[in-house]
Design a protein around this ligand. Structure first.
Ligand SMILES: Cc1ncc(COP(=O)(O)O)c(C=O)c1O
Length: 455
């Protein structure tokens, strides 16, 4: 077909969809752990609204009332001139829940913006301290901190970076903490946690006077599907950061606000970062909201030097979003949802591991709380992944959706190019029967996929 004729028959959409080549089902209603499409079909939302954004479920009356209440007072406050009570309240509440020493919140509107600002603060901190040559941010392969150019540059998601490489600042990458596919061909605990020790080697190679920060998701979300580092990992990372004067940035965009059975995931390692980001679950999926929480020592340096961060966004600290944030935190605390998330996660993991026993293509089940990854392989013995053209994770997602469950697919799991997983991050309110329902759908789904694509 000629280009002209193609243009004539092509239907150009009004919305620039993430995937232009797939029909997007229109969702019209949410209720608890379910969402409903325009034809009345019900789906169990096991992604919690696209990767961990809906911890308390859809359509919670309390949140709706609080939004309405704030809308009746004031919806927008220009933050270059003024402050507002919901933002001040939420900042205080976040400080109370955060690891030791993290006190001051810079509000943003998304996880990507949180990354951008965390990196800027880390860089500026070095300037304020009088070490301007330190600017590089060391990151890990198979990590993700957002889709903006700065966030992609400090990330390690091969596919999401690939088309924009010329626009990305080159940053050093170290291997991921990925025990199922250890880059050092070792097996925990018979390793020296080489994946953590590698940070020191790269700092030396890059030159300690050029490195400002290290950034990591405590457990990796979209890229590898809930890979959990060994218990020694973050204490070693913390020690190396201290030794070479690096700011430790921990991205809790997906893992934060209770998702892994603690308010913040890094608490599992009893480590306190210098900067922590969070978003997604912070506003329960009701409005866009993100936060960068900064350690007192960094704030002291800014204040001592009478220096400001250059980075305000128009909707930063929006009073409606901050009202939602407070309302969500209160709802989680008063309904003991962090503990419920931990218990529900243990139950879901147990059932998934049983499914793994029966299945010839589930290679690994891992995670913490209600952030669980299921990795698929062609051969369970040698962990050989399926060929990427098959798109096993997408096949699983499609079959699960037809049966009424939504899961989050991920490819490039094994090495950035090959490998497949799905990530499950349902709302914390998920009941035991709903977990049973989810696992039953997944069991059926995986049997169908195994049959269609035998290992
Ligand atoms: C760990 C992590 N950081 C940052 C982001 C980016 O967040 P957003 O999509 O809100 O920009 C994501 C999104 O999936 C994420 O999982």
């Amino acid at each position: 077909m000629s280009d002209l004729r193609l243009a004539a028959v092509m239907k150009i959409p009004y919305m620039f969809y993430n995937d232009l080549f797939r029909e997007h089902i229109r969702i019209v209603k949410g209720e608890g752990v379910y969402i409903f499409d325009e034809n009345g079909k019900k789906y169990l939302d096991a992604t919690g609204g696209s990767n961990a954004s809906v911890p308390i479920g859809h359509r919670v009356e309390q949140i709706i009332n609080d939004i309405l209440g704030q809308t009746k007072k004031v919806s927008f406050v220009p933050m270059h001139l003024f402050s507002n009570e919901p933002a001040e309240r939420l900042a205080k509440e976040i400080a109370k829940l955060s690891p030791d020493g993290l006190k001051t919140t810079w509000f943003v509107n998304s996880g990507s913006e949180a990354t951008e600002n965390a990196v800027k603060i880390a860089r500026q901190f070095q300037l304020e301290k009088g070490t301007p040559s330190k600017y590089k941010v060391i990151t890990r392969w198979q990590s993700y901190f957002g889709n903006t150019l700065g966030a992609l540059a400090v990330g390690g998601h091969t596919f999401r970076r690939s088309k924009y490489i010329p626009l990305l600042k080159d940053m050093p990458h170290i291997p991921p903490a990925y025990c199922y596919r250890c880059w050092f061909n070792k097996e925990y605990p018979n390793c020296d946690i080489d994946c953590a020790q590698f940070l020191e080697r790269v700092i030396k190679q890059e030159g300690k006077d050029h490195v400002a920060a290290f950034i990591a998701e405590p457990i990796v979300g979209a890229t590898t599907g809930a890979t959990v580092p060994p218990i020694e990992y973050y204490p070693i990372i913390r020690e190396i950061c201290d030794k070479y004067d690096l700011t430790l940035i921990i991205d809790e965009v997906q893992t934060g606000v209770g998702r892994t059975g603690k308010w913040f995931c890094i608490e599992h390692w009893k480590v306190s970062p210098d900067i922590m980001t969070t978003a997604k679950g912070l506003s329960g999926g009701y409005t866009p909201l993100g936060a960068v929480i900064v350690k007192e020592a960094i704030m002291e340096q800014f204040i001592r030097n009478k220096s400001n961060l250059v980075g305000l966004h128009t909707f930063s600290a929006n009073p409606i979003s901050c009202t939602v944030g407070s309302s969500v935190l209160k709802y989680i605390a008063s309904n003991n949802l962090v503990e419920k998330c931990r218990d529900a996660g243990e139950y879901l993991t147990k059932l998934l591991k049983e499914l793994q026993e029966e299945s010839s293509i589930i290679g690994d089940v891992r995670g913490l709380g209600l952030m669980i990854g299921v990795e698929f392989v062609k051969d369970k013995e040698n962990k050989e992944p399926y060929a990427p053209e098959i798109g096993i994770c997408h096949k699983v997602t499609k079959e699960a959706m037809e049966r009424g469950a939504i899961v989050y697919p991920g490819s490039g799991t094994a090495d950035g190019i090959v490998g497949d997983h799905i990530l499950l991050t349902p709302p914390f309110i998920i009941a035991q029967e709903q977990i049973d329902e989810l696992v039953s759908i997944l069991g059926e789904t995986i049997k169908i996929v195994e049959k269609k694509h035998p290992p």
